[in-house]
Design a protein around this ligand. Sequence first.
Ligand code: PEP
Length: 254
Amino acid sequence: MRKPLVMGNWKLNGTKESVTALVNALKAPADKAAGKAEVAVCAPAVFIGMVEQLATGSSLKWGSEDCDIHTQGAYTGENSPVMLKEFGCTYAIVGHSERRDYHKESSEYVAQKYQAAQANGLIPVLCVGESEKEFEEKRTMDVIRSELKAVIDLCGIQSFEKAVIAYEPIWAIGTGKTATPEIAQSVHSEIRAYLATFDAAVAEKVQILYGGSCNAKTAPELFAQKDIDGGLVGGASLKAPDFTAIIEAAVANA
Ligand code: PEP
């Protein structure tokens, strides 16, 4: 039985004041969900130390929005998985479509980030998903299979025992256009079927989150789907009442 995971992705948002208020407001809902659903927030690197101080002692976990492939050295502006681990991160998002797009990160490079995160004790949250054009051309699974294959080739199928996958149709991210529960379920089930061609037990166990305009209204029906194990939430994770309602939807379907 897979435990649901609800993860916030704050992106490039937050102030010291808003981060303090948000983390303080999420500790009780995370504690209440504990045992039934996991709750985490992925913060801009500059806030991770603050989140650590605020959330330590609660059930709220935290992570980074990205992670470099190197552990240290002359890589200006990057954040090493070793540093992220030292600041208590559990998770590192890798391959978010905004990084694949704006930073031209290839699937092979994302696989290296996934590997570096895992090698240093972080759980990579591997984002996969198709553009609107690819969706219309019915190429969703071609895209996702190639994004997954890059990781399988570098790290092996067993690596998914300590990883999370997030299906994020790019056309649904930040657009208010959520994939219908039927579309999302069908893609999640195809992802699991693809992984099962390598290892059925790993495919059954891995958490696959849905992301893309997931909010308090859409979460209950999405999370009720058999292969949807929670959500990666952008915009709605910045508002404590909305994110709390999403956590409650995950608990209701646990
Ligand atoms: C995301 O950035 O991962 C995301 C799903 O964003 P939003 O919920 O705002 O669509």
